[in-house]
Design a protein around this ligand. Structure first.
Ligand SMILES: N[C@@H](CCC(=O)N[C@@H](CS)C(=O)NCC(=O)O)C(=O)O
Length: 215
C-alpha cells in the first residue's frame, strides 16, 4: 500500500490527499506534526532529506516528493480518473494555474518563511498574519483571477467541467486564505470554482478538519 507522510493543515499534503481520494487510491497515513518540528526529525529526514511534507512512498520503497510532480506521476501511473488533460495546450494551462499557486503563492506564506520573518526581523504575529500573509494572497489571487478570466477556459472547474491538478492546488490555497481571514470578494471566478470543488467527495474526504491528526 502507498504510504503518505502528511500534516492535516499542510496545503501541499492536502493536495496529495485530494489526488489520492480522487483516484480512489488507499494509503496508510503517517502524521508529521509541523508545530512539533517532526519534519526535521532524523527519522523523517531519512524519508525526505528536504524536511518537508508531503512525501509518498510506494510499494517498492521509492520516495516521491514535490506535490505537483507527485500528482503528475500518480496521474500517469493511475490514469483514470484523470487529473491532467490529454491535449498539450490544455496541459500547459493546467500547469500554469497550478504553478501560479504552487510557485508564486504558497512558498511566500510557508511556515518557515513566516517563522523567519518573526525570528530574524522581529515582526509581530499581527504584522505577519494581518499584513504579509494577506498581501501575498491578494497579489497571487489577483493574478490568478485575471488569468482565469483572460484565458476563459473555466466552467465548473479551472478547465471547463474537468477536475484537474489546477483545482487540486486551488482548494487548499483558498482554505488557507480563509483561515487567515483574507478578503476574497474580489475574485468571483476563482471563488465560484472553489465552491464547486468543495462539494466534491474527494475534496471533502481530504479536508484538514477530518484528518486523524487534526486539532
Ligand atoms: N514545493 C513543495 C513544498 C512542500 C512544503 O513546503 N510543505 C510545507 C507544508 S505545506 C512544509 O513542509 N513546511 C515546513 C516548513 O516550512 O518548515 C511541494 O509542493 O511539495
Amino acid at each position: 500500500m502507498l504510504q503518505l507522510y502528511t500534516f492535516f493543515r499542510s496545503s501541499t499534503s492536502f493536495r496529495l490527499r485530494i489526488a489520492l481520494a480522487w483516484k480512489g487510491l488507499p494509503y496508510e497515513a503517517h502524521y508529521v506534526s509541523l508545530p512539533k518540528m517532526q519534519h526535521r526529525d532524523a527519522g523523517y529526514l531519512e524519508v525526505n532529506p528536504q524536511g518537508l511534507v508531503p512525501s509518498l512512498v510506494d510499494e517498492a520503497g521509492q520516495v516521491f516528493t514535490q506535490s505537483m510532480a507527485m500528482i503528475e506521476y500518480l496521474d500517469e501511473r493511475y490514469p483514470a480518473p484523470a487529473l491532467m488533460p490529454a491535449d498539450i495546450e490544455q496541459k500547459w494551462y493546467v500547469r500554469a494555474v497550478s504553478q501560479i499557486i504552487g510557485c508564486e503563492m504558497h512558498p511566500l506564506n510557508n511556515v518557515r518563511v513566516l517563522k523567519y520573518l518573526k525570528s530574524a526581523y522581529g515582526l509581530e504575529d499581527a504584522k505577519v498574519n494581518g499584513d504579509w500573509y494577506p498581501h501575498w494572497i491578494a497579489e497571487g489571487l489577483t493574478g490568478l483571477e485575471q488569468f482565469l478570466v483572460s484565458e476563459d477556459r473555466s466552467g465548473r472547474f479551472c478547465l471547463g467541467d474537468q477536475f484537474t491538478m489546477a483545482d487540486v492546488c486551488l482548494v487548499p490555497q483558498i482554505q488557507n486564505a480563509k483561515r487567515f481571514n483574507c478578503d476574497l470578494s474580489a475574485y468571483p471566478r476563482t471563488m465560484a470554482i472553489y465552491e464547486q470543488c468543495a462539494s466534491l467527495d474527494a475534496v471533502k474526504a481530504a479536508d484538514p478538519a477530518g484528518q486523524a491528526d487534526a486539532f
